[in-house]
Write a protein that binds this ligand. Structure first.
Ligand SMILES: Nc1ncnc2c1ncn2[C@@H]1O[C@H](COP(=O)(O)OP(=O)(O)O)[C@@H](O)[C@H]1O
Ligand SMILES: [Mg+2]
Length: 296
């Protein structure tokens, strides 16, 4: 593994709903990173292991992220990293053993400080990568909290119709909680509209409402619902290799560009002494009612 001194931006991808494109967001980021020879570490924090299945064969996986949560184990984080078929993309896979450590009882894990399990391992490897991305399960269990505690930013993929859903607010509240208690670096990078069905008028309507509601916290990039996205996952070939000239590959490139630009903007704001710019759904609506400027 090469040594380097890269920026190592750490991002958690999280939503409490399944099937909204969390894993696909990581896939798109890996696609664009690979094409640009930017180094990315994907960390599969979901017991379902969808991301792992796309990148490595299960028989090649002996240990995975669960080793970092096991109080009886003290693995060298670099030993958990597996290469993929793509030289610039590595993965820490999830194994079936993760389920045993993905606790649901917050009191239990906080008492044992298990939510801080990823902090040092991530700090030990991040400078080898431009981007480190956690793919989370659709719940706020231990792994999701542990990922938030070790991250700089959070992306919340969601379907346009779900912008007001309880689960989205719970994620925002969890981000706030982690920032206040455990990781003051943590900021919302943005809400990413995923699986968007352009042809449906009601979806356009939802998108408009979502942008009004979340303002500049909404990514400009929208990921449409298109068969080619799914096909590249099924074929297990990163989109920029699978169909480099496609509009879908361009979405992956635009997403990575916007992720980098948003991260840079938030970092600059932080260095300039501005506080975190996470937007509360209700706060944003209130601000808009007061006529504040929105970039959406
Ligand atoms: N934009 C999209 N267009 C078409 N299919 C998609 C898109 N995003 C995700 N999918 C497919 O939908 C399914 C669920 O997406 P996934 O990213 O695994 O959701 P999550 O990780 O949130 O559960 C997968 O089969 C995936 O390939
Ligand atoms: Mg997933």
């Amino acid at each position: 593994m090469p040594t380097s001194n890269r920026l190592g931006t750490v991002i958690t991808v999280l939503n409490l709903k399944g099937g909204v494109g969390k894993t696909h967001t990581v896939w798109l980021l890996a696609s664009a990173c690979e094409e640009r020879s930017q180094r990315m570490l994907a960390i599969d924090a979901d017991t379902q292991g969808n991301l792992s299945n796309s990148f490595v064969r299960s028989q090649d996986t002996t240990a995975g992220i669960e080793a970092l949560l096991d109080p009886a184990d003290e693995p060298e984080p670099r030993n958990l990293i597996l290469p993929t078929a793509y030289p610039s993309v590595d993965i820490i896979p999830s194994t079936p053993g993760l389920a045993r450590f993905d606790l649901a009882d917050q009191g239990e894990w906080e008492q044992a400080d298990l939510h801080l399990s990823f902090v040092e391992p991530v700090a030990a490897v991040r400078e080898l990568y431009d981007l480190v991305v956690f793919d989370c399960p659709p719940r706020l269990s231990l792994v999701s909290f542990a990922a938030l505690c070790a991250s700089d930013f959070v992306i919340v993929p969601l379907e346009a119709a779900d912008w007001g859903a309880q689960g989205v607010m719970q994620v925002t509240a969890a981000v706030d909680y982690v920032r206040t208690r455990f990781n003051k670096r943590l900021e919302l990078l943005g809400y990413l509209v995923s699986r968007f069905k352009r042809a449906r008028a009601y979806q356009q309507n939802y998108l408009r409402q979502l942008r009004e509601h979340f303002g500049e916290s909404t990514f400009d990039t929208v990921v449409p619902d298109l068969a080619l996205f799914e096909k590249s996952v099924t074929d297990a070939i990163l989109l920029t290799r699978h169909s480099p000239a496609s509009a879908e590959a361009d979405v992956a490139r635009r997403l990575l560009d916007e992720v980098a630009a948003r991260a840079e903007r938030l970092r600059r704001g932080r260095n300039a002494g501005g506080g975190p710019r996470i937007r509360h759904p209700r706060g944003t609506a209130l601000e808009r009612a007061r006529g504040e400027r929105s970039l959406a």
